[in-house]
Write a protein that binds this ligand. Structure first.
Ligand code: ATP
Length: 317
């Protein structure tokens, strides 16, 4: 993976009248990275995407795409971007080939190179067999592939995708996610989505925006550390002595779930699992289940985007 920085956003803000929709956000993306951009409705995702894709001017701040300043050198910066908006800009009455030829022209690909560019984009997006089909007659999944093909036809270093799997069936979703991961190997990809498993399936970096502010920017591995278990669900056939469990090193508290299971909360630095198993065997408690309870990305998302948990803002990079 190359370390080349492809997108640099510095202290970016955008207001609509009195509304400050995006507030002083900074981040960067490298080649080979897929960045998941998450946030509740109205958080400022679309505004940020529109600014990055050169369709909206920022109020303040700086954006560099593949080394080109978006305000000072907009033509070069925009050429370095492929953008798939939420509604793919496809013309239903054209064939796939006609449409991609048109897009090649829009992206200033020289006439003699358009056919090769079109065929390469079709190959990458699994469209080689449907070049002569009318776009309007293709399934939604294939139309989305056409949308992706138009975004990458000029081989931009940066690809911006807004909710790329909305409205697709589970098989199409898997295919498009696979495609995004493939694209992520050679490009820098920003993926805006509401679908949290999509982020876990496709991204290696996660960014959460809330009320215009970046409240989290972390790698998927970093997030896994956030999600590290500190709760065990324990199933015992015979009623245990809760005091003994409470006394195990690292255990903070024990909660009886009322169905034969206990939840054991512990300090993540001292995992009590082994000691608990030994105790259960020694005391003949009939241990039949032991499961670490992991926080999900959804738990983290809700936690840091709801007002009562503002304290976690310290997690922002
Ligand atoms: P969603 O997930 O619902 O699409 P979002 O995260 O994309 O939301 P934005 O569309 O960027 O959020 O909106 C951020 C804020 O800016 C919201 O409060 C929104 O109402 C406001 N806003 C967006 N566009 C305009 C506009 N053209 N004029 C005035 N306010 C706007």
């Amino acid at each position: 993976m190359s370390d080349e920085v492809l997108v640099e956003v510095e202290d970016l803000s955008r207001s609509y009248g009195a509304i400050l929709a995006v507030r002083h956000i900074s981040f960067s993306i490298r080649r080979g990275q897929v960045l998941g951009f998450l946030g509740p409705n109205g958080a400022g995702k679309t505004t940020t995407m529109q600014i990055l894709s050169g369709n909206l001017a920022p109020s303040t701040g700086r954006v560099r795409i593949a080394g080109h300043d978006l305000l000072e050198d907009p033509r070069k910066a925009k050429q370095a971007i492929g953008y798939l908006p939420e509604q793919p800009p496809v013309y239903r009455e054209l064939t796939v080939d006609e449409y991609l030829d048109y897009c090649a022209g829009l992206n200033r690909i020289a006439r003699g190179r358009r056919r090769a560019a079109r065929e390469a984009a079709k190959k990458k997006c699994g469209l080689s067999d449907v070049g002569r089909r009318l776009i309007g007659n293709l399934s939604k999944g294939y139309q989305q592939r056409v949308g992706l093909a138009q975004a990458i036809i000029h081989l931009p270093p940066v690809i911006i995708l807004d909710e790329p799997t909305v409205g697709l069936d589970p098989i199409q979703i898997r295919e498009i996610r696979h495609l995004i991961r493939e694209l992520g190997k050679e490009h820098g990809v920003i993926l805006s989505t509401h679908i949290l498993p999509e982020v876990q399936a496709t991204c290696d970096q996660v960014q959460i925006i809330n009320k215009g502010e970046l409240v989290l920017n972390d790698s998927i591995e970093g997030l896994s550390r956030h999600m590290q278990s500190s709760t065990l669900s324990v199933g015992l056939r015979n009623a245990p002595d809760l005091g003994l469990i409470q006394g195990i090193k690292g255990v903070k508290s024990v909660q009886d779930q009322g169905d034969g299971r206990l939840h054991v909360f512990y300090d993540p630095s001292t995992d009590p699992t082994e000691a608990l198993v030994e105790l259960a065997v020694q005391k003949h408690w009939g241990l039949y289940e032991l499961q670490p309870q992991r926080a999900s990305l959804e738990d983290i998302f809700v936690h840091i985007t709801t007002e009562e948990h503002e304290s976690l803002k310290g997690a922002a990079a």
